[in-house]
Design a binder for this molecule. Structure first.
Ligand code: MG
Length: 159
């Protein structure tokens, strides 16, 4: 098959005093996201979408939260492993579309930087990366952040 689609979802609770990293970009914030790693929900959702697209184990199976190697780890490590697995199967990323859901922080001022960083990490043009910030408006509790994303992969040898 020439193309594959993947769906990713992640959520993390807020944690006071922890650095906040979204899409690999440091965000100015008094709180971060709780988690074994840096808690980057955007990179975790994209990583799982890529792994899902190639029929791999998911992010929690590959990077156990009881494994001390991943304690406070940069989530770029997880994304790079997913991209390596995709490449081994002959796939590259076509585009990524993400919805980031949280009442805080506002990611609008950081959207361009996040898209540019994801473009670099994924090896695609900036216009192949979308991040949409949404407020909860009655959906779930305001104690964390959620990210959902889809990714499209294509076989490198079929274009
Ligand atoms: Mg996560």
């Amino acid at each position: 098959m020439k193309i594959r689609v993947g769906l990713g979802f992640d959520s993390h609770e807020f944690e006071e005093g922890k650095p906040l990293v979204l899409g690999g970009v440091k965000i100015d914030s008094p709180f971060g996201l709780k988690g074994h790693s840096d808690g980057d929900v955007i990179l975790h959702a994209i990583t799982d979408a890529i792994l899902g697209a190639i029929g791999s184990e998911d992010i929690g199976e590959i990077f156990s939260d009881t494994d001390q190697r991943w304690r406070s780890a940069s989530s770029e490590i997880f994304l790079k492993e997913a991209l390596k697995r995709a490449k081994e199967k002959g796939y590259r990323v076509v585009n990524v579309d993400c919805v980031f859901i949280a009442d805080k922080p506002k990611i609008a001022p950081y959207k361009r930087a996040i898209r540019e960083n994801l473009s670099r990490l994924l090896g695609v043009e900036v216009d192949a990366v979308s991040i949409k910030g949404k407020r909860r408006e009655g959906f779930a509790r305001e104690e964390g952040a959620v990210c959902m994303c889809t990714v499209l992969l294509e076989r490198e040898d079929e274009g």
